[in-house]
Design a protein around this ligand. Sequence first.
Ligand code: COA
Length: 257
Amino acid sequence: MSEPLVLIERKDSLAIVRLNRPDKLNALSPDMLRALAETLESLNADEQVRVIVLYGGERAFAAGADIEAMAKAGPVDIYLRNTRALWQRIWGIDKPVVAAVRGVAFGGGCELALGCDLIVAGQTARFAQPEIKLGIMPGAGGTQRLARAIGPARAMEMVLTGEPLAAEAALQAGLVNRVVADEQVLDAALELAGVVAERPAVAVRLARQALRYGLERTLLEGMELERRNYLMTYDTQDQKEGMGAFLEKRKPEFRGK
Ligand code: COA
């Protein structure tokens, strides 16, 4: 039996999803993407899980799409492989995901991190869209999400040169939330995930949904969904508890409902 491509570990209401193809720096083969999509969907459906931490291990978050699987392919092969549908499943889950990045997040690895909600990076982590050096270009959000995350000028430079952004520069550019010592990445990601997990779960998911939805649409459309989701939070027990606890000057006890 070969090793599973994705490993899951549970810590209270957190789930750690670990990409497990270290000899290939977690290159995202179609099998890897499928395993990741299935894992994330199963954790999304699990009521016990509040926040997911996505980790690639010590050497690499992920070094991009699997070049071996692409080198001889034509556009029809790539189209029929339909990794797009797997990416959609990965992006489609509605629980927060924190990326814990050590080493390289290149190509699809950078796009995978960009599709997460929060990013904690190690001090020697590097982010790049190196596809241009292979004669292709990003195809899973690298030209779109990157530009929204760090602005068109910096994104254009990364996409056209293929050169990496070091962790500190990524922090300054707004690509990542925290930079910590390499060996502290997973703990720091778990700590951040833990804070989010303590917040009222329905409001967390509705707020996340509004923010992500708005980034992909016009301001007005985003604000429409924001308002609808905002109103929906008033139908949760946690809203009554949160406001009641504030007025009674006590710590709230959220139930996630
Ligand atoms: N697809 C397939 N295999 C990959 C890979 C990828 N995207 N990235 C790394 N690997 C493999 C290497 O071929 C090597 O396998 P081998 O030991 O069987 O020869 C192994 O992972 C280790 O990579 P290596 O290049 O030896 O490590 P390094 O530390 O010298 O360099 C990188 C690390 C990330 C700079 C380099 O691997 C790289 O440039 N990878 C490709 C990144 C890329 O272009 N991604 C976009 C793809 S569209």
